[in-house]
Design a protein around this ligand. Structure first.
Ligand SMILES: C[S@@+](CC[C@H](N)C(=O)[O-])C[C@H]1O[C@@H](n2cnc3c(N)ncnc32)[C@H](O)[C@@H]1O
Length: 339
């Protein structure tokens, strides 16, 4: 996934919106804006350089004798180690701004996510898969959830999320565990009224079937998954030109994982050099995601596509192009009582 250094998927942009809550004024965290500006300048160069490279990838790096599932799990672990690096060098710096925002009742949800979650959250126990450093998960409490459990494969992300909950005195309603989203611990099976995930999550999952099975296991009967994710079509466009053009070699139907070449990898490369952990990603087609959820036993309630960019991949595109293409999508599905 090519990610913009300024406002990528995990970015915190101050209060975007609320669910009947006062989340304060936009721009209340000038130190955060300054930090983002510094990041923007420092990382742009890395991103441009990386976008011009094509990285050969071979599953044999994960061992010839390993089975497909073991290789995918090993790749997930390596991606998690890479996110540890990103968390240390980026999110630690944003910790205080996140805490301030949450203390003021803020959330980090975007409009489509708010609309879908709004009716489901009051009183709900929510499990957020790929919760990152906890800003979104803790914001769900401000948005009406009774309790939240965040799951992430990165130890550093989970540690930061736990620290935020502690500083905010939310330990009784928020907890975090380190686990692969495709192999959650059995203790959390049948616990969630809502599983929430997305915004830069699914591309890191290399086994979609195992992911959907996890979702079903974690949901209580009659519970819902709310997925709000970047549209896979948006991964095809060449971000180095100010008009619509496909990246060389890109295909909507590509089924091969590839090494991520944008912002997170650039940070990891800078910090850890050539021996860095690699970040493999795969852009799942909307139809694949829907079919896989159905095959896992879920009932699809809605599938929607939006022009909304929750991170600005295309800062140079003309305004006229911005609302003409699908940039994100959502799926809401329910675990039927008998499933
Ligand atoms: C772009 S962030 C997602 C952000 C999320 N939308 C949020 O801010 O709450 C991707 C996250 O997925 C996590 N991740 C990647 N692969 C994972 C896996 N297999 N299982 C669990 N977490 C994973 C990473 O550690 C990282 O924190």
């Amino acid at each position: 996934m090519l990610q913009d250094p300024v406002s990528w998927c995990c970015d915190f942009r101050g209060p975007p919106a609320s669910i009947g809550l006062d989340v304060g004024q936009s721009g209340v965290f000038p130190p955060f804006d300054e930090l983002r500006e510094v990041w923007s300048r420092a990382l742009s160069l890395f991103v441009l350089v990386r976008e011009k490279r094509s990285v050969a990838f071979s599953w044999s790096a994960y061992g010839e004798s390993q089975g497909a599932m073991e290789k995918r799990r090993a790749a997930h672990e390596e991606t998690g180690q890479a996110w540890d690096v990103v968390a240390r060098v980026k999110y630690r710096l944003e910790f205080d701004a996140h805490v301030d925002h949450l203390r003021r009742g803020g959330t980090n949800l975007f409009e489509p996510g708010i609309e879908l979650l709004h009716p489901l959250l009051p009183g709900a126990h929510v499990v957020q898969l790929q919760c990152s450093h906890g800003l979104d998960a803790l914001g769900l409490l401000n948005a009406g959830a009774a309790s939240v459990l965040g799951v992430d494969i990165s130890r550093e992300m989970v540690a930061q999320a736990e620290s935020k909950a502690r500083v905010l005195g939310l330990e009784s309603s928020a907890s975090f565990i380190r686990a692969d989203a495709v192999a959650p611990p059995a203790e959390i099976f049948d616990t969630a009224d809502v599983v929430y995930t997305g915004r830069g999550s699914l591309p890191w999952i290399l086994d979609l079937g195992a992911w959907a099975d996890s979702v079903v296991r974690i949901l209580k009967p009659d519970g819902h998954i709310v997925l709000f994710e970047g549209h896979p079509l948006a991964s095809l466009w060449d971000r180095t030109v100010p008009h619509l053009r496909m990246r060389p070699g890109a295909s909507y139907f590509s089924a091969e994982p590839a090494e991520e070449e944008g912002f997170p990898s650039a940070v990891v490369r800078r910090e850890a050099g050539e021996d860095r952990p690699r970040m493999l990603e795969r852009h799942w087609r909307v139809g694949e995601v829907m079919d896989t959820l159905i095959a896992a036993g879920l009932e699809i309630r809605s599938l929607r596509e939006y022009p909304d960019l929750f991170w600005d991949q295309f800062p140079d595109w003309p305004e006229a192009l911005r609302d003409k293409l699908p940039n994100s999508y959502s799926i809401v599905a329910r675990r039927p009582a008998g499933a």
